[in-house]
Design a protein around this ligand. Structure first.
Ligand SMILES: [Zn+2]
Length: 345
């Protein structure tokens, strides 16, 4: 840049316009403004140089400097608009989006297969008039065992390895623990509830057993409840869940809190009874355990067994999941492996 000491205005003007034309960015434009037009800029200094001229020339020079200032101001405004417009266009182009491109897939969550089956099971029982009753995971020994007709040293306690928290409290080993709580909450009215949730057993983890698993317990207590009512409810359940022609069979069994007790099987849903790997070539799949509520349990719940009768059933949800989806290892259900979970959307 030539110095303002140079009072050759034509040269100064050419110099300034050349700089302005070379300014390609907003920053360069502002630099130009500070160099030429600001109060401390070159045109102000030119005006100050007026004293070095012969007095006769001063008026014309002053006029010419003002004209130069006006010209530069005008060109500066034009150039600034031009650069701004160009910068805006470049930015719009850079930020442009092709709206015709297909959208990128966004990962979506899904329900765990245990949750899916649990909801389905509860839904079926709710359709049959059962309501959901929640009971605690940390349970008293007497609710989990004693009041269910399993006093201390009862051999049935050995059927379940238990996580004890202290001498009185444990992690419930089955949802049956909620039976007494449900009866005491409903007394003296009839009871028709399902009790869903996690249960815990101190077992070796294998392909077939985990230390935690979900059960759904059912409990119905009324004045004229019979074994045939239990059978009807379970048949209805199996048909709502597996299809209207689903067959069910009952086998005699033993549980301390029901008398009589049965194991309930359904005709294998995979082979239709012909025999396959899932049903171990028997044609039948174990569905649940059930029975008429033991008179001692009814009494512990507050219901006089001479007037009231009831039935109860309990099923493992994981077992249903493994059967339905032909999964061979229960540990997959608790492994949180996305390759498995993503198959259930
Ligand atoms: Zn089968």
């Amino acid at each position: 840049m030539s110095t303002p000491d140079d009072l050759d205005l034509a040269a100064q003007q050419a110099n300034a316009l050349q700089q302005l034309d070379a300014a390609e960015t907003s920053d360069a434009i502002e630099d130009f403004y500070r160099a030429w037009l600001a109060p401390s800029g070159a045109t102000t200094k030119l005006k100050r140089g007026i004293g070095r001229l012969a007095p006769a020339d001063r008026a014309a020079f002053g006029k010419n400097v003002n004209a130069l200032h006006t010209l530069l101001e005008e060109r500066f405004q034009q150039r600034r608009e031009h650069v701004k417009t160009r910068e805006l266009a470049a930015r719009i182009l850079a930020e442009a989006r092709d709206v015709t491109l297909p959208a990128r897939p966004r990962p979506t969550g899904g329900y765990h297969p245990v949750t899916l089956v649990m909801r389905e099971v509860l839904d079926v029982f709710q359709k049959m008039g059962f309501s959901v009753f929640e009971s605690p995971h940390v349970e008293l020994d007497e609710f989990n065992f004693g009041l269910l007709n399993m006093p201390e040293n009862h051999p049935a306690r050995d059927m379940q390895d238990t996580f004890y928290l202290d001498t009185e409290r444990l992690l419930r080993t089955h949802t049956s623990a909620g039976q007494i709580r449900a009866m005491r909450a409903m007394h003296p009215n009839p009871v028709r509830v399902v009790l869903p949730g996690l249960c815990y057993r101190n077992e070796n983890i294998t392909t077939r057993s985990e230390i935690q698993f979900h059960q759904v317990e059912g409990l119905l207590v009324g004045r004229s409840v019979r074994m045939s009512d239990l059978k009807g409810v379970l048949l209805q359940y199996a048909r709502l869940l597996f299809g209207s022609d689903q067959r069910v069979r009952l086998r005699g069994s033993y549980f301390p809190f029901t008398e009589p007790s049965v194991e309930v099987d359904i005709l294998c849903t995979l082979c239709g009874g012909a025999g396959c790997r899932v049903c171990k070539h028997t044609g039948w799949l174990e569905l649940l355990g059930a029975g008429m509520v033991h008179p001692v349990v009814l009494a512990n719940g507050g219901y006089d067994p001479r007037e009231w009768r009831g039935f109860a059933f309990g099923m493992g949800i994981e077992r249903t999941v493994l059967q339905r989806y032909d999964i061979h290892d229960i540990r997959y259900l608790f492994g949180n492996d996305l390759r498995l979970l993503e198959q259930f959307r």
